[in-house]
Ligand binder design. Structure first.
Ligand code: NCD
Ligand code: ZN
Length: 349
């Protein structure tokens, strides 16, 4: 890695947590990611969700054909399956031998966007989880309980105590990614746990705290799940991401929703960051005086966790001010990106 004050060149990064949607929406958002990243772990929460290896294979083909010609050979979608109460152990064997499915995603039922088909009780999945442990297929976890009586800001911490810790004791050899962590509690938990568990961190959770939800009025474009937390948590995440600890790696959780579904009496959860993902991470790392730690976090640690080779080509980020567009096209709709109409001071060239 080479770094000066004005330019940063690193091995091309990967995005270990991404929502690409489907159809025309997929076509609209995919180039943003494929310009920056070599690979991405593609989340399976479509309607209907991707629950079988055959569905994953078909979705992968749709993604590849949605790529612009100049990026087709350069970007690789890494597929996941959506775990349900009924995922059969045999599906894990098929997923493993397919070579295209890299992990299985656990959404507690009702926890987030398109999670109605998620797991109602983790005990229903024990046989399937045992098969994953045996075949070394990683489990990706949306780590929030869904109980309405638990405060929405506490749902991640309660999930650790009630679900994640017991799960790790039952399946000590299961590799787990605690996705989009948002709390100091999650950071501490990951640091103390075995090497079998890692975590992704989004750019928006490194840059924003929960004040961003209420800055001069209600801000639907800052609403995502897990919801933004207090400043102490943001600081803990930033410290983890910039620490050089290989258990923490990049996952944008870029989650596009049409403007009409965000600006609603009941708006969807999800922040779109793919348009400037690396620029946002560079901004956060620079503020922490840790640009030298960006390459490990963005380009090496996730690949190591997934046991995939490092990429070999490079990207360059330049210190250069630019204004984020007010909106991007999104099929027939509009998509409001993070920092719409605002300036960023890094730009990938
Ligand atoms: C994601 C989405 O829109 O698919 N939303 C979000 O707020 N992150 C789902 C998810 O990852 O929770
Ligand atoms: Zn997500």
């Amino acid at each position: 890695m080479s770094t000066t004050t004005s330019q940063l060149t690193i091995i091309r990064p990967d995005d270990w947590h991404l929502h690409l949607r489907d159809g025309e929406q997929l076509k609209a958002v995919l180039p943003h990611t494929a310009r920056q990243f070599a690979r991405a772990i593609v989340m399976p929460n479509l309607r209907p969700p991707i629950v079988t290896t055959n569905m994953a294979r078909a979705y992968q083909a749709r993604i590849v054909s949605a790529l612009p010609d100049d990026l087709r050979a350069k970007f690789q979608p890494l597929m996941t399956l959506y775990l349900t109460d009924n995922t059969a152990p045999a599906e894990i064997t098929r997923a493993k031998s397919s070579g295209i499915v890299h992990a299985i995603k656990l959404y507690p039922a009702g926890a987030t966007t398109n999670s109605d088909a998620g797991v109602t009780d983790i005990a229903k999945c024990y046989a399937t989880l045992a098969e994953m442990e045996k075949h070394d297929v990683p489990l990706l976890v949306h780590g929030e309980v869904t109980d309405l009586d638990i405060d929405v800001f506490d749902r991640e911490k309660v999930f650790i105590d009630r679900v994640l810790f017991p799960l790790m004791q039952r399946f000590p050899n299961l590799r787990i990614v605690f996705e989009h962590i948002t709390t100091r509690d999650a950071v501490e938990f990951i640091k103390q746990s075995s090497a079998k568990i890692g975590a992704t961190i989004t750019a928006h959770h490194l840059l924003l705290n929960r004040n961003a939800l209420f800055q001069g009025g209600i801000r639907p474009h800052h609403y995502c799940l897990p919801v933004l937390k207090r400043e102490i948590h943001r600081r803990a995440l930033l410290e983890a991401a910039t620490s050089g600890n290989g258990k923490f790696f990049l996952g944008t959780d870029s989650a596009p929703h049409a403007l009409v579904h965000k600006e609603q009496a009941c708006g969807c959860a999800g922040i779109f960051t793919a348009h400037a993902a690396m620029e946002c991470y560079a901004t956060a790392f620079e503020k922490a005086n840790a640009l030298d730690k960006l390459e490990g976090f963005a380009s090496f640690f996730g690949a190591d966790f997934y046991r995939l080779p490092h990429n070999s080509d490079k990207i360059t980020l330049q210190k250069k001010s630019w204004t984020i567009p007010e909106r991007y096209p999104f099929s027939e709709e509009a998509l409001i990106p993070l920092y719409a109409n605002e300036e960023l001071h890094w730009k990938m060239i």
